[in-house]
Ligand binder design. Sequence first.
Ligand code: 2P0
Length: 345
Amino acid sequence: SQNESGISEVTVEVPMNIALVKYWGKRDEKLILPLNDSISLTVDKLTARTTIRMIQGVGKHTVEINDEKVELSSNKRYQTVFDEALRLQRKRKEDSNGNENRSVSHHFEVISTTNFPVAAGLASSAAGFAAIALAIQQLLNLDDIQANRLARIGSGSACRSMSGGLVHWKKGEKDDGSDCVAVKTKDDNWTDLYCVILVFNDGRKKVGSSEGMRWTRETSTLLKHRIEKVVPERIDLIKKAYATRNFEDLARVIMADSNQFHAVCLDTIPPIRYLNESSWQLIETVEKFNQPEIKAAYTFDAGPNACVIVQKKDVSKFINALIRDIQINTDDLETLPEEFRSIEY
Ligand code: 2P0
């Protein structure tokens, strides 16, 4: 709502998402149009809570994340999002005022807090930009397609956090990106799925996603095969397994796609390595845990941290396997949801 000093304010809370079939490679870097479709689940307990104030008058945009000011000159994506938001606002004013063009300048103030560590590299930009886009959608009364685009030009994977559950980001065919949108699949959410996140930060400087995607696109031959032959089929398999609640089929595709994403990174010149020794140890633990029946699925993004998807009934069993196989700090068990904390480990 807008008060008499010309400030409007909105607060939203938005979840992070984890890709089950990965996005890697852009066909348009400016509009952030991907080379392939991707599909993700939102992790509803990990959120970015964001307040945006739209202030009348000339001034600098400001962004603060977890009490730290973001240097906007070194992160152009915020400026891109704010410019696009103000363009949409001007366009709407012109449409309703019959081209009167009596434009009033505005600037934004963003204050965001995440309930998970940004430094852990857990796709925090996705939740952050999705929150900004959702808040601006409410401030400016944008439609869902406009809001989706706003999230996407902030960070590609952010458009998959604009709705909950299983979300399919379609690459689209058009050059202007008008058919490049993330849509929630029709099915009811599979509320029984849990995500165990293991943070294996090793201080190694990783290749940023944008740069990595560019190198891969320019040099990998495996990427071409992946985009044409592998991804479309896997998107269908994920949707089918999710709709029929077939955990084993879902898990097989999730792990295969994480592995192929990292293979594509290795197929890049120079090669990109995101997984470390701990990541591989976790893969082996999951492989062992999955005998004789698949009960867990690991997936890794552009870093060594693991996200393991398990059904609720198997969470404690899986945590026990972790305690047995890898040295985990038992203090960390406190981050488990209430219902799993009382179980004897
Ligand atoms: C994904 N990742 O699908 C893939 C898997 C990382 C590995 O999307 O340049 O921050 O903003 O579009 O979305 C990370 O890249 O990159 C990512 P931009 P983004 O989740």
